[in-house]
Write a protein that binds this ligand. Structure first.
Ligand code: SAM
Ligand code: SF4
Length: 362
């Protein structure tokens, strides 16, 4: 993550302020529910009939009102909207917050489109990955997708902007391939972030590893953690990875703060607490009062939840190296401003600065 010390401090300050004012740390703008893929684990896929969509300036107005630390442009597939660059430009404040993350399946990502989106204000490209080989194309039901990603992503990564990372949803289908995906991230020269499957999207428990396989799953998690300790580019902290394992074991994690720490904007501008719960609200205040205060759902523990619900101590423990690297140079000096600054810190996609500070997708 290419971020200046000044911006890291702004993230921290806005995160703390938003926590006290019950404003979200992270808002996901699902600008279309149409999708170019049709993944096994997802409720979206293909066209959506009569979708009502807002225009760029409408999303920008909502973004200004909610004032999140991090804004995700997501979907469905956000690159399927021809005005995605205009939407980005309207929402972004280059050099300032919100930290802008594009969450994409990369099927239509090109180096040219990357440059346009980056110039318009995308800070982080979070690209979904489910397998370290062509099974990814099969899972996403886009023939040739993995080959295409293998050509385009390394080309973007080689530009050296340190703004692209892979985003893996851990499922019953891919837990044996986690180490292979970490290895792929290293070969491509980028970072990898993990999230965990929720059955809520498609009402399918088959995406959760069978209880009899949990020892095998634990070994797969341990292998990722060992690789992280050995210097492989894993963004997710050890603590968060074990919480994912706990979710798979207990089939739930209580204390969800959807609506307060994070929320989702539908293509038509309606607010929903998360992509899995279709309780619709006009304002965040209404959502807090009518949903969040009474919410007892524990059916997901996706990366956004894991990273925005961190306690301050856990946040510091997970990020202190990155924060120190971002705020101070090696010699203990404040880092310089963008045009003269070297890329500092490592950070990640979907969570630049969580819980009162730096947060990245889902
Ligand atoms: C819904 S997609 C939208 C953005 C884009 N189309 C993509 O695939 O990256 C956002 C993320 O949600 C993840 N996802 C989809 N279904 C999920 C599920 N059942 N549980 C957890 N994450 C899921 C995807 O893997 C993806 O990383
Ligand atoms: S996970 Fe993303 S790419 Fe796959 S169907 Fe859902 S929205 Fe589309």
């Amino acid at each position: 993550m290419n971020i200046t010390g000044k911006l890291a401090l702004k993230m921290l300050a806005r995160g703390i302020r938003n926590k006290f004012e019950e404003k979200p740390l992270s808002v996901s703008f699902e600008i279309t529910h149409y999708c170019t893929a049709n993944c096994w684990h997802c409720n979206w896929g293909g066209p959506v009939k009569d979708e009502r969509r807002l225009q760029a300036e409408d999303y920008a107005r909502i973004c200004d009102e909610l004032r999140p630390v991090v804004s995700h442009i997501s979907g469905g597939e956000p690159l399927a909207r021809s005005d995605v660059v205009d939407i980005t430009r309207a929402m972004a404040n280059p050099g300032d917050l919100p930290w802008m993350v594009l969450v994409s399946n990369a099927a239509s990502l090109t180096v040219e489109k990357y440059h346009k989106l980056r110039e318009a204000g995308i800070n982080q490209f979070s690209i979904s990955l489910d397998f370290p080989d062509d099974r990814h194309s099969e899972f996403r039901r886009i023939p040739g997708l993995f080959d295409k990603m293998s050509r385009v992503l390394p080309e973007i990564i080689r530009l050296g902007n340190n703004d692209l990372s892979l985003n893996v949803c851990i499922t019953a289908w891919n837990y044996r391939d986690l180490a292979g995906m970490v290895d792929l991230a290293k070969r491509w020269g980028t970072k990898i972030n993990f999230s965990v499957y929720t059955p809520l999207r498609i009402r399918d428990e088959n995406g959760l590893p069978d209880k009899a396989k949990l020892e095998e799953v634990r070994d797969a998690f341990q292998q990722v953690i060992d690789m992280k300790k050995a210097g492989y580019p894993v963004y997710s902290s050890e603590r968060v990875l074990w919480k994912y394992f706990q979710f798979l074991t207990d089939r739930g994690i209580p204390g969800c703060q959807a609506g307060s720490r994070f929320l989702v904007i539908n293509p038509d501008g309606i607010l929903i607490p998360c992509a899995m719960v279709w309780a619709k609200y006009e304002t965040q205040r209404e959502m807090l009062e009518r949903f969040t205060r009474n919410n007892i759902c524990e059916g997901c523990y996706i990366s956004t939840r894991a990273n925005t619900e961190k306690r301050f101590g856990d946040f510091l423990a997970d990020n202190w190296e990155v924060l120190l690297g971002q705020v101070f140079s090696r010699k203990g000096k404040f880092v310089k401003e963008p045009d003269e600054a070297p890329a500092v810190g490592t950070g990640e996609v979907e969570e630049p600065v969580p819980e009162g500070g730096p947060v990245p997708a889902q």
